[in-house]
Design a protein around this ligand. Sequence first.
Ligand code: GLY
Length: 376
Amino acid sequence: MSPAAGGSGRADGDDAAGDARTVEVGGESPYAVHVGPGVLSRLAAHAEPGRRVLVVHQQGREDFAREAAELLAAQGAAPELAVVPDAEAAKRVEVLAGLWARLGQSGFTRSDLVVGIGGGATTDLAGFVAASWLRGVQVVQVPTSLLAVVDAAVGGKTGINTAEGKNLVGAFHPPVEVLCDPAWLQTQPRADYVSGLAEVIKCGFIADPAILDLIEAAPERAVDPSLDPALALELITRAVRVKAEVVAADLTESSLREILNYGHTFGHAIEQVEHFTWRHGDAVAVGMVYVAELAHRAGVTDADLVERHRRVLGAVGLPTAYRPGRWEELRTAMGRDKKTRGSTLRFVVLEGLARPTRLVAPSEEDLEAAYAALSG
Ligand code: GLY
């Protein structure tokens, strides 16, 4: 797949707001992702006199939420702020019910709007409240973390967690627009930004190797968006473009969208074994090394490509190894992966750079040997 090719996820070059970039996401409900300085001002276009807007924002992002509310109010809309807890604590049914109550109390109608401001957990929650209220109202996503802009906020996956697991309740509900100012990402803790780079690097492996070249050429600048804003903008745009092309072709993950889960089967298993104390991107980084090792043993991925995983991930400080002695737990957790069909494990693997395919039912011997290769 060429990320620059053709209609479904094309980059339209410079945006009206200075150096901003726009990626169009095609499909049945097309929308634009704007990334660059000043893009929040685009919110004004969603305001109409009297239109109610629930601005769902992550704790700690009050400044952006207030700015958004001022922009909307200046156009005559009626914004209300709703603060939600940080990270996964936002994705609880109690928080969702609180938002439904707010919508009910303010008489929210089908023509009103939800805005989600924050990291991926906030945009997942805001998207789901929009998907479920009156069977669907519009949502504008305003991601403020690298992980959210390159993954969670684009593509329309929304949802919450239950006591039984993550993202078990959800809906596909694409936003009407996504707005991200990379300056916001400079305020993220560095380790969170680097963790988000794992999803960017994943896009490099599955579809756009130029991402890998850019990172390998300047890893010390890639990890710090304040050192090289132009590089950050380029990496984000490229990763968003990859995601845009994939979700435009397969919103509901019937086939192609699975490639976005590269490295995620083992990554999710680590997250479970570690009781979700690992950052998602860190787990996915190890997961990509695991699946590359597995595919190498199955004769699909060559040794140089496996080594390139370790090189590029290691260059930005992402983990490429995992502790020994946890195979039984990891294997059990992988059996619960969403891509599993019955008891058959399925993995997205690479037959070459940017050439994803599937590996179905690898041998137990290969599965365990791939773990040994990164835990030895
Ligand atoms: N995070 C994978 C997807 O959006 O499909």
